[in-house]
Design a protein around this ligand. Sequence first.
Ligand SMILES: C[S@@+](CC[C@H](N)C(=O)[O-])C[C@H]1O[C@@H](n2cnc3c(N)ncnc32)[C@H](O)[C@@H]1O
Length: 232
Amino acid sequence: MKNDVKHPAKFSNSMMPIFAERLIGRQRVLDPMAGTCKLTEIRSFGYEGEIYCNEIEPEWAQLGEGKAIISEDDAANLHFADDFFDAICTSPTYGNRMADHHNAMDGSKRNTYRHVLGRPLTEANTGQMQWGDSYKENHIAIWLECRRVLKPEGIFILNISDHIRKGIVIPVSDWHKETVIGMGFELVEELKIATRRLRYGANHTKRIDHENVFVFRRPFLLRSSAISNTSR
Ligand SMILES: C[S@@+](CC[C@H](N)C(=O)[O-])C[C@H]1O[C@@H](n2cnc3c(N)ncnc32)[C@H](O)[C@@H]1O
């Protein structure tokens, strides 16, 4: 197993104090799509609880060894008990060009999940799903699983960004926000954080200049409509 593997979409450094401020005092936090387990950097900003990093690709999951409790589940089918976590903090894949999954052989610079990992992704990896039905169905299953393992009154921090396709802004962030609210979560905070974006790729001159951070709370009692609409 190579241990020098890179990752194309780590959390921006500016997110770490923002996450830490909201997670301090929570005993047990999960990142269900943890990539390199960068979430552990919240410790530098005062977080003292347990950190669980789940990532479907073993090469990336193992980067968290010694820093967190790691697992390699499909985030739509986690092995944790109901109500196990006090908090969830994650950034899913964005359904953008990073999901291209051809194997570029021409040496061009491609910042895709498949290219950076150096092999085809695991079937359930949403990092190969472009914005569309499959992307949405898989994330609905993942957010329902997050709801299952999160305690009532637990918080769910979601970091997500839109992207531009054929000159049009694709409203990925709003879709996630409305989907999670539809599952019964309450939106308690919404932040727009300016970030430095990639300077190559088809739309490099018209990048979205910010990322979104949504902070949700799982209410003690879920609305019956939320349960019946979305439970599996
Ligand atoms: C945006 S990246 C997260 C990067 C991470 N925040 C970091 O700083 O390293 C999303 C991650 O979700 C993983 N992923 C995608 N689908 C998954 C699934 N079904 N189960 C678990 N992990 C998944 C991808 O392999 C990818 O590493």
